[in-house]
Design a protein around this ligand. Structure first.
Ligand SMILES: [Fe+2]
Ligand SMILES: [Fe+2]
Length: 290
């Protein structure tokens, strides 16, 4: 058993879980987000000068338009949910989450200007007819994306795909996504527990639908990528074996590590770790050790 798993079990014994949906639960999941705020400022980030090959690799990553659009949408949707929320503490935490998403977009903007990366097109404005539906989709989307981002970021760090100074700049951005996931799953559980039937049933249906939409979107993306080609190119660019089983193991370990420091009484994201564990059982064992 890993040290992290042993620590988690020990914490479980010494800190029994809260009653989900209680006032205490709400105070805890909001205060964990609010109290762990990192006040870094994108405008004063000291961007490291990159060697020509590292600069080429950074500029060549085909992710910047999607990354900026994702952060823009996340900020707008989380702010809309904050505006639609009556409870002052939950509203404050949601507004901070929205602020952090806008700040992620600012970090990307400063980085792209510094390294001369241009957006390929305008970011289309997304309609926001229903703040709850938009928030649920964003929350589940972040749970999916950041689970894989944790593993990819660690691979890039180990392989020195990015120099350590650049990894250090993005470290708080990645960690903020772990905090957001923690907040989101607790917000969902708290909200569900406080709804009376039949509104609770309607909420669960919306959660499942949001989850299904995000799974569908990512399956479409996966289908559009040639698996072998992706693996070969990934190996070439990261200089590390991207065997799916080992990659999932790294994502799981990083997910556990990034969430280990927060109050053990809070619920943890469970869907992606469960899917990854199931996939790992089905996938062949191959590839070099990470
Ligand atoms: Fe973000
Ligand atoms: Fe986020």
């Amino acid at each position: 058993m890993t040290q992290i798993a042993e620590d988690a079990q020990e914490a479980e014994r010494s800190h029994p879980r809260l009653s989900v949906g209680s006032e205490e639960h709400k105070r805890l999941f909001c205060s964990v987000l609010l109290d762990t705020f990192d006040p870094y400022r994108p405008a004063v980030i000291d961007w490291p000068t990159l060697r020509a090959d590292a600069h080429q690799r950074l500029v060549g990553l085909p992710i910047w338009d999607v990354a900026v659009e994702t952060e823009e949408n996340a900020g707008t949707r989380m702010q809309a949910m904050a505006d639609a929320t009556a409870d002052p503490l939950v509203k404050k935490a949601l507004a901070l989450n929205a602020f952090e998403e806008r700040r992620h977009k600012d970090v990307l903007g400063h980085m792209m200007r510094f390294y001369g990366i241009a957006l390929k097109g305008e970011i289309p404005a997304q309609p926001l007819p229903n703040p709850l539906w938009a928030f649920l989709r964003t929350g589940y989307g972040e749970c999916f994306d950041s689970f894989f981002a944790f593993g990819l970021f660690e691979m890039a760090r180990r392989s020195q795909f990015f120099p350590p100074e650049l990894v250090a700049v993005f470290e708080p951005v990645i960690q903020e996504e772990a905090r957001h996931n923690l907040f989101f799953v607790n917000w969902v559980a708290y909200t569900r527990a406080n709804l009376a039937w039949p509104r609770r049933f309607g909420f669960v249906v919306q959660c499942l639908a949001a989850l299904a939409v995000q799974i569908g979107k990512r399956m479409n993306t996966a289908k559009s990528v040639d698996g072998d080609n992706f693996t070969r190119k990934g190996n070439e660019s990261l200089g590390i074996d991207l065997a799916p089983r080992r990659f999932l193991a790294l994502c799981l370990a990083e997910n556990d590590r990034r969430l280990a420091g927060y109050d053990p009484r809070l619920l943890r994201p469970r869907i992606m770790p469960a899917v990854a564990r199931l996939a790992m059982r089905l996938l062949p064992r191959r590839g070099a050790p990470l």
